[in-house]
Design a protein around this ligand. Sequence first.
Ligand code: ADP
Ligand code: MG
Length: 750
Amino acid sequence: METVANKSGSSSGAFAASSGMTKPAFSSARSAAIAAVTGYQSTAPALDFRETSTGELFNANVFSTAAMKKRLPKPVYKALLRTVEKGEKLDSSIADSVAAAMKDWAIEKGATHYAHVFYPLTGLTAEKHDSFLSPDGDGAAIAEFSGKQLIQGEPDGSSFPTGGIRVTFEARGYTVWDVTSPAYILENSNGTTLCIPTAFVSWTGEALDKKTPVLRSMQALNTQAQRILKLFGHTDGALVSSTAGPEQEYFLIDRHFFFARPDLLNAGRTLFGAKPPKGQEFDDHYFGAIPERVLAFMLETERELFKLGIPVKTRHNEVAPGQYEIAPLFEFANMATDHQQLTMTTLKRVAEKYGMTCLTHEKPFAGVNGSGKHVNWSMGSASQGNLLDPGETPHDNAQFLLICAAVIRAVHKYQGLLRAVVASASNDHRLGANEAPPAIISIFLGDQLTDVFEQIKSGGANSSLPKGTLTVGVDVLPPLPKDAGDRNRTSPFAFTGNRFEFRAVGSNQSIAGPLVAMNTIVAESLDFCATRLEEATDGDPEKLNAELQKLLTEIINEHGAIVFNGDGYSDEWHAEAEKRGLLNLKTTADALPALQSQEVKELFEKYGVLSERELESRLETYLEQYCLSIGVEANLTIEMAKTMIFPAAIRYQNELASTCANLKMVGYDFDTDTLDAMTTLVKSLQDGITELEAAVAEPDSDDLFAESKYCCETIVPAMNKVRTVADKLETYVADDLWPLPTYQEMLFIK
Ligand code: ADP
Ligand code: MG
């Protein structure tokens, strides 16, 4: 480290000069980091992109439908396909046959182990690896993998948070093969592993993970969507799946900076750091040329993702310096969820190879644009296509409008739930803070669609329709936005031509929770609409249009308050939203309690997505996670303030004081303004630390709600106080004494 530091230009030169004196090289970690970053040279071998094109690599490491078709006996293949494509129950007698084929395929790819991959409530990905090899009794080993091993595993997952569902004496949790998400090979230079996506459930069958409710909610949505399709004469029963295309934003910084910042290392975000003189105001990064090293990283990431069958499509710079985005083509919701998790792990893994760290935290740098994960959502079937595509005929459009109205009703009715599923300590820095989207859930429809609903609004009484009323199913709709040009970036929930885009989701979150909520609330809304229309038409399709007209009018009148096309970031909107009775739940502590409302409990129970106990366990886990993250940040703040910032501050204060004393001794005046300011700041820093220490020392409450409120109302403000003083100090203390890489360095030195 030291030698590297000494090689670099001026700042380490200063250390070299002072090294003979008693003064230690104060900011050695920081200056060594800078030196290492500026001297970066790639050690990653170049990819053989000419030999194997990315196209050829697609699905190379996936036990895909094509691979299955080639390797499985025909009846087995067909049975499996029925489960994957039509949602039929899996015939468990085929498991041995599938396992054998899967094992052969994996071993050909160099696999020595298999892993059941599951998604615990932490939002992370967990794996349990087992070797294929078992002793054969004659001193040798044979590769074994039975249907039973494929279908079910028993990880010792007793330390995953389960919100009290599994007390430790009944600590068993099972991983169960999810046939609808294909197995894949995870590569490492020293060996490969067959990964099998699984659901993680307790021995009583309760969901302990993020995947199980996604699958259940997809089923619920299909059931209700079928009823709607039937009303419009589509009776083929083709499975309706929800689809998702998540856009992932992230930051890349050099790893040397990352390791020189205990806050990034332990909390994923900077707890200190003054705003740089140059921020993102020039917008010169957005969609700008991608730096070489970053591009190399992106190319390799995409290649890796392609091998895993993840259809990455776009890459570009984002608004903030050092911020980027990656987006795949949409897939079925459960596949998209698994692939999203894999995308996050791959981004992090490949970044390391290029000497960088990928930060997926929602707000790594205060005052700089945060990262979201826009979840594009729709539903569709093989025969009907995308159900949120505006149709060509009035008849199709009637169905489209009904589904749109169902979404509007769902989002309005369950706005609290939608807010709760994106709540986390880290996402609080985006939602409800000084950043769009706001914590108020609203829908952006765009001018044209809003206009259509405005026209429908007056048409409830089907006898005498006021002028300007649109008669659904009869009138030809005005051309609807195929590809919405009028994008509104401030809306948390926007219609974008043929899908809705849920933008409040945080960059670090699993998309499972948001998808479960979307699927279930829309299922409930479709159920409501189908019931109404079935009763009114009573088998007579002639009666459909009239009742539909009434229903749409009713929905838009009762739930239209959620529609807002303006600037979601403005103060006027906050006042207006309040008038409209919309929720504005600023923090996680405000938002999570929605999960225990009667309405939400009934919703999940009714559609078999989460039992009351499962829902409670989730609430408990999320509250706990919230308190834990704040707790970690508070302790880190104290530690860094005491051991890094305070020492730097008093050293500088001491320098000023001795300069002052020395000058006075030789008869000069010394303007003590800076020393005065430093002294005040040092005192404030000490006071702030003391206050935060006292806040943290309070014993935890047994009531998690009370505890989360305490974190939010007492600990966070106390942390912010320390930070404000420290950031001010950063603008005073001599640069060579400052111990932490600055925002400027982390964001701009590449
Ligand atoms: P933008 O940045 O303009 O919002 P992108 O092209 O980056 O748009 O991302 C749009 C995302 O929406 C992509 O992942 C795309 O596959 C996805 N998408 C498109 N159609 C659907 C659909 N029917 N259902 C779900 N996602 C969709
Ligand atoms: Mg988007």
